[in-house]
Design a protein around this ligand. Sequence first.
Ligand SMILES: Cc1cc2nc3c(=O)[nH]c(=O)nc-3n(C[C@H](O)[C@H](O)[C@H](O)COP(=O)(O)O)c2cc1C
Length: 206
Amino acid sequence: MASEAKGRRFDSCRARHRLIVAVTGASGAILAERFLLRAQELPEIERHLILSPAALLTAQLELGKKRRDWAALADVVYRADDLAAPLASGSFSTAGMVIIPCSMKTLAAVAHGLSDNLIARAAEVTLKERRRLVLAVRETPLSLVHLRNMTLATEAGAVVMPPVPAFYAGVRTIEAAADQFACRVLDLLGWSHPLATRWLGAGAAP
Ligand SMILES: Cc1cc2nc3c(=O)[nH]c(=O)nc-3n(C[C@H](O)[C@H](O)[C@H](O)COP(=O)(O)O)c2cc1C
């Protein structure tokens, strides 16, 4: 009976697509919040969320959000120090991973394969398994170290995607800009969200 129940749980996981969503301590916790909300609206996506301790700090400062608030936005939540979590192994199949927002510290860890927490390890696994890894890097201005690390991450197969607003999409609020960014990340991961604004030519501009 026990193995049957385990088997059913496994099948229900595979029926949806597992997506790893990591949140780090770069500014822009709203990007993670809106991404998780938009992903929640696509029922085939199973959200596996990792929050770094610095992410919990910035989210508290920027949004007043605590760990339990994030839990409501994910199917499974992991501690960043849980290096024995299933996500630390390539045998746990996923559709990919997004780090949103991605700090320069975590970018450096990913670029150099320094996997001392679950976020960096899951990113390393995503790259080695040749799965899609999107890094929503947030810093400005950028130093040569940041730029070199972005080059290294890109050469290793990641997509470096700074959260730059799609001004042409007529966004007027931070929430709308974050939603459009979330939709573009979902595009890159293979999902089309109905809220995505598509450029249809100058005549059709909003
Ligand atoms: C309010 C606040 C805003 C921050 N903004 C950024 C940022 O935009 N980009 C960045 O790389 N680091 C930023 N940091 C610093 C990171 O939180 C810090 O480097 C941390 O060690 C990142 O750890 P993590 O990647 O494990 O989350 C910020 C820190 C605070 C407290």
